[in-house]
Design a protein around this ligand. Structure first.
Ligand code: MRU
Length: 337
């Protein structure tokens, strides 16, 4: 497993601690962030990434920034900052629902306190909620791993897209949690990881964390997915999710839809693996999902004057999903609560 969690508290509990994913696998750099702008920048630039991890980062990042602001100006009103700074964190990346979900949890805690509650009481309540979000994320990964064991018997050959492993959460990951749970039980597994253009989360991150855990991993270019699946080399596809709509449509890293189409054509089960915090009953279907578009620079170099279409996510319709594995086991849409 990782030398440390991808996201959590610094040892003195005063900062958000991240393993900077922008520089992996070349360097293992740990960053401690306190200032709100630094946390927003870390989320926007994918120093911390993956739906559950950015929710945990936003929760801890908001608390440590508020505590620092209170230490600098003890008389200043903190309560309005919970809403204003929370909104700025949510705007950093639009697709993963775990980010607004985590911030809304902190905002509800603040709203439930009496208006004249002292700042210390507010900060302690927020710290407790942020820690609960972090600890629940770890527990959800463990539960997903156990529920998913039947998907990865000894000898299983798994295809995954992007990174939905330990680097994408505070714990063992989502799509990779059953892989880690099976590996811990001595099962022999082979994982195929898509390269995941343009930021190469599969080649840089999934390959790095599986390899260091001693799990066999083979990287393929995204364009080779259909051929690999058609060849019969894969038993099951396990992918994460950034948002699951009420009807079961799934937003995940761009390319997921193509993997699902190729899996269906090849008759390979396509399983979406996510914690409850990724299910969004308020979004009725995939067309209502906000899809993040990123800078053309990520596709560089392009000839001068050439445009780019660079969505970070796509939507896989419910009809292409064989099953939904969550921390509560397998669930079926519609997701109404
Ligand atoms: O742009 P990223 O790297 O944050 O995209 C991540 C994904 O699409 C993951 O598959 C998803 O967040 C699930 S992570 C458990």
């Amino acid at each position: 497993m990782l030398p440390l969690p991808a996201v959590g508290w610094s040892p003195d509990q005063r900062a958000l601690r991240l393993l900077d994913q922008r520089v992996l696998p070349e360097a293992e750099v740990v960053r401690d962030l306190v200032v709100l702008e630094d946390t927003i920048d870390a989320i926007r630039t994918l120093a911390v990434r993956g739906a559950p991890a950015i929710g945990v980062a936003a929760a801890i990042g908001l608390v440590v920034a508020l505590e620092a602001a209170h230490a600098d100006a003890p008389g200043a009103a903190l309560r309005p900052l919970v809403d204003a700074w929370g909104a700025r964190l949510v705007a950093a990346r639009p697709t993963a629902v775990n980010l607004p979900w985590a911030v809304a949890r902190l905002q509800r805690v603040a709203a439930a306190l009496p208006p004249d509650a002292p700042p210390r009481a507010l900060l302690e309540a927020l710290r407790g909620e942020a820690e609960a979000i972090r600890a629940e994320d770890v527990a959800m990964g463990e539960a997903i791993g156990t529920h998913g064991l039947a998907l990865v018997p000894d000898g299983a050959r798994v295809l995954t897209h992007c990174n939905a492993g330990a680097l994408a959460t505070a714990g063992a990951g989502t799509a990779l949690a059953p892989v880690y749970a099976a590996h811990a039980r001595g099962r022999r597994l082979a994982v195929f990881a898509t390269e995941t253009r343009p930021l190469r989360q599969g080649a840089r991150l999934t390959a790095w964390e599986l390899h260091r855990a001693g799990i066999s991993v083979t990287v393929l270019p995204d364009g080779a997915v259909a051929a690999l699946l058609a060849s019969g080399a894969v038993d099951v596809v396990l992918v994460g999710a950034d948002r699951i709509a009420a009807n079961g449509d799934v937003a995940n890293k761009v390319g997921t839809r193509g993997v699902a189409l190729a899996a269906q054509a090849a008759g390979v089960p396509f399983i979406v693996v996510a914690p409850g915090s990724t299910i969004d009953p308020a979004t009725p279907h995939g067309d209502a999902m906000p899809i993040e578009h990123r800078d053309a620079d990520e596709l560089a170099p392009l000839p001068a004057g050439v445009g780019a279409w660079n969505p970070a996510f796509d939507v896989t319709p419910r009809a292409l999903v064989t099953g939904y594995l969550t921390d509560r086991g397998f669930v079926e849409p519609p997701f109404l609560e």
